[in-house]
Design a binder for this molecule. Structure first.
Ligand code: FAD
Length: 506
């Protein structure tokens, strides 16, 4: 084998997955057809759960340096914005950061972790063999005969919507085609919005303006006329000027377009995220209308879900079936994502019925509970993975692990997320139960670290927690209550269920 894992596609999702695998000491190669990273940014946002995920690896500040936190998010361009500041998270905001910058930070991190990146090679064939996969690529410049064939134990298709990996594996991509389109323009403005952001929606059309960089603004337009234009028709600056005048009464002095594009609402999801030794992640697994800025965010979270599982199977401490749980956990999350973007697309209409529906939705979003429920969904803080019956039952099981301050056993102060920087499972003992602690500190697994600490400030729902097992991707495998009987035996079985091996004899 040339590598343990080959990732096809070096976009944000492929690079993040590669870095996660390298953290777990898996040998990994990314094959990317572009010789240089793209210069245009599709995504402009990193949402709360993605920021938490970077925090969990100690990388959040690198993204914060290049972005601007904003306390709200939008849903279907409604005036009542989703209030992220009310979310129970140390990252209770969305970070405005161009995708180009996000990709740059991730790629630098992946390289620093030792990931091999082969740019300028297009994968043309992926074949599963008995013990692995063969991936054939051609060099995009130079002689056509320049072909490379490499083998690996697993291949991951992070190669975007048109994924060759998905097609060659014969994985169906059911869903619906584009029925409406919208336009974006990254441009300069002589009359920028007063506080940098503007959003208007009337029967004439919708316009949203947000900053991309100090000089450049993104205009997103959806109007009754534009919606019906085919995705393949090139966008012109004149078209943007005309539509802006129509919607806002001014063209804001648009000039110097950096990027003009038309995008549609095709909505599809791969029928399975895993087939044998082939896995899919990011846009290769799901596409939708980019409403609410979620696509890249969910792709990155998916990569975090897959990384430690693939590493566990390759290292041999996890059964092959752990890889099936990648599909089982992420497919429903993305089914919900597709539904929320379809609802947003529906609300981007201009008939009197849709406009009335928008008004009703505005009223609903003024109710804090409804607003925060949707904010939790768009920010992905509501993601919870079923924990199964065979571990100790606790309401925290499967929930995301939120950050909180800790007083460590050695007297130092820390934050819970610091415990997960190395990508291991963390067995966190909070109850200061001397008998249990004495046994737990001997757990013999390399991918499990044991920590004793006192919580300085407990999140909601944690007051009875004796010991908790946190997965490498920052979700709670299980928690045990101080009320539980046979605590040691339950912990031993719980470790074996998630971290492999025979039940640890405690
Ligand atoms: C207008 C617009 C706005 C958006 N805004 C947001 C937003 O604000 N927030 C958000 O979260 N998401 C947003 N998205 C979605 C986001 O851009 C995508 O979800 C994200 O880029 C997906 O990342 P990926 O790594 O899965 O795929 P991609 O970014 O598509 O990367 C795939 C990579 O694979 C490479 N590749 C493809 N085929 C091959 C091959 N055969 N061999 C080798 N390499 C190959 C490609 O060159 C590419 O680099 C937006 C999308 C659009 C269209």
């Amino acid at each position: 084998m040339d590598y343990e894992v080959i990732i096809v596609g070096g976009g944000p999702v492929g690079m993040w997955l590669a870095a996660e695998l390298a953290l777990a000491k898996v040998s990994v190669c990314v094959i990317e057809r572009l010789e240089e990273p793209v210069s245009q940014s599709r995504a402009l946002t990193l949402h709360p759960r993605t920021l938490e995920m970077f925090d969990i690896r100690g990388l959040k500040e690198r993204f914060m340096e290049h972005g601007r936190p904003i306390s709200t998010g939008h849903f279907a361009m409604l005036d009542t914005r989703l209030d992220f500041s009310m979310l129970d998270s140390s990252s209770n905001y969305t970070l405005f950061i161009p995708q180009v910058m996000t990709e740059q930070v991730i790629e630098e991190h992946a390289k620093a972790m030792g990931v091999v990146i082969r740019r300028g090679e297009e994968v043309v064939s992926v074949r599963e063999q008995d013990q692995g996969v063969e991936v054939v690529s051609v060099h995009v410049s130079g002689p056509q005969a320049n072909v490379s064939a490499m083998t690996a134990a697993y291949v991951v298709g992070a190669d975007g919507a048109g994924s060759i990996v998905r097609k060659q594996a014969g994985i169906a991509f059911p869903g619906t085609d584009t029925t409406l389109t919208a336009v974006l323009g990254d441009v300069e403005l002589t009359v920028p919005p007063e506080n940098g952001v503007r959003s208007e929606y009337t029967e004439r059309g919708g316009a949203m303006i947000v900053p991309v960089s100090p000089d450049v603004y993104r205009i997103v337009l959806t109007t009754p006329h534009l919606m019906r234009v085919s995705k393949d028709v090139p966008v012109t600056l004149e078209e943007i000027q005309t539509e802006l005048r129509n919607v806002l009464g001014t063209d804001l002095g648009v000039s110097n377009p950096r990027w003009l594009s038309r995008f549609g609402n095709a909505t599809r999801q791969a029928e399975t995220y895993r087939k044998g030794r082939t896995l899919l992640a990011g846009d290769a697994a799901h596409i939708h209308f980019p409403a609410g800025g979620q696509g890249m965010n969910v792709g990155l979270q998916e990569a975090a879900n897959l990384g430690w599982k693939l590493a566990g199977v390759i290292r041999g401490w996890a059964p092959d079936t752990l890889l099936d749980s990648y599909h089982d956990e992420r497919y429903p999350v993305n089914t919900q994502l597709l539904r929320n973007t379809e609802i947003q697309t529906h609300l981007l209409g201009f008939t009197s019925a849709v406009l009335a529906h928008r008004q009703l939705q505005e009223e609903w979003f003024r109710h804090p509970e409804i607003n925060s429920s949707m904010a939790e969904q768009v920010s992905a803080l509501d993601v919870c993975y079923p924990a199964g019956e065979e571990v100790p039952q606790h309401p925290l099981n499967g929930q995301r692990f939120a950050d909180f301050p800790l007083l460590m056993n050695d007297g130092t102060k820390s934050y819970a997320y610091d415990l997960l920087h190395e990508g291991c499972f963390v067995l966190l003992h909070l109850a200061q139960d001397a008998k249990v602690a004495g046994e737990l500190c001997n757990t013999p697994l390399a991918h499990l670290s044991y920590v004793e600490a006192v919580a300085e400030e407990l999140p909601v729902g944690w007051s009875d927690v004796h010991t908790v097992l946190i997965r490498p991707d920052g979700y709670i495998a299980w928690a045990i209550s101080v009320e539980a009987t046979n605590v040691l035996s339950a912990i031993g079985k719980g470790i074996a269920r998630w971290c492999g091996g025979e039940p640890v004899l405690l």
